[in-house]
Design a protein around this ligand. Structure first.
Ligand SMILES: [Zn+2]
Length: 121
């Protein structure tokens, strides 16, 4: 297939698929953690292939270092330290630090984006 910008409907399908994959990962994690990690891998492949970001909702649910699915309370710990959200990967020990202020900003931006999208449709 051609590289470059894909039509919008294709990008929407890509987003939808990633959402489904992460939902499945969450659902099956307790019983089949290996499947969950595989779903993350597939979602990441979609993300790079179509050049679309992993949905914000799921962005913190995988490790940025070993790319395994993270399930808080099972293989990851979330702590608030000095105004930062620290997500600790229980698989490789990687710590993802997210400033809390940025988090608020991102949320606001996502809201604005969703409004924009609605206007375009
Ligand atoms: Zn990790």
């Amino acid at each position: 297939m051609k590289r470059g910008k894909r039509p919008n409907w294709m990008l929407n399908i890509a987003k939808e698929r990633m959402d489904i994959l992460f939902s499945l990962a969450e659902k099956e994690f307790i019983e089949y953690p290996e499947r969950s990690h595989r779903y993350v891998e597939l979602a990441r492949k979609i993300s790079t292939k179509y050049n679309v970001k992993i949905p914000l909702k799921w962005n913190r649910r995988y490790c940025k270092n070993c790319y395994k699915f993270l399930f808080p309370g099972h293989n990851s710990t979330i702590r608030l330290i000095n105004g930062e959200v620290n997500i600790i990967c229980g698989e490789c020990g990687h710590i993802m630090k997210i400033p809390y202020i940025k988090e608020k900003k991102l949320k606001r931006r996502a809201k604005i984006d969703s409004y924009k999208k609605r206007d375009n449709e």
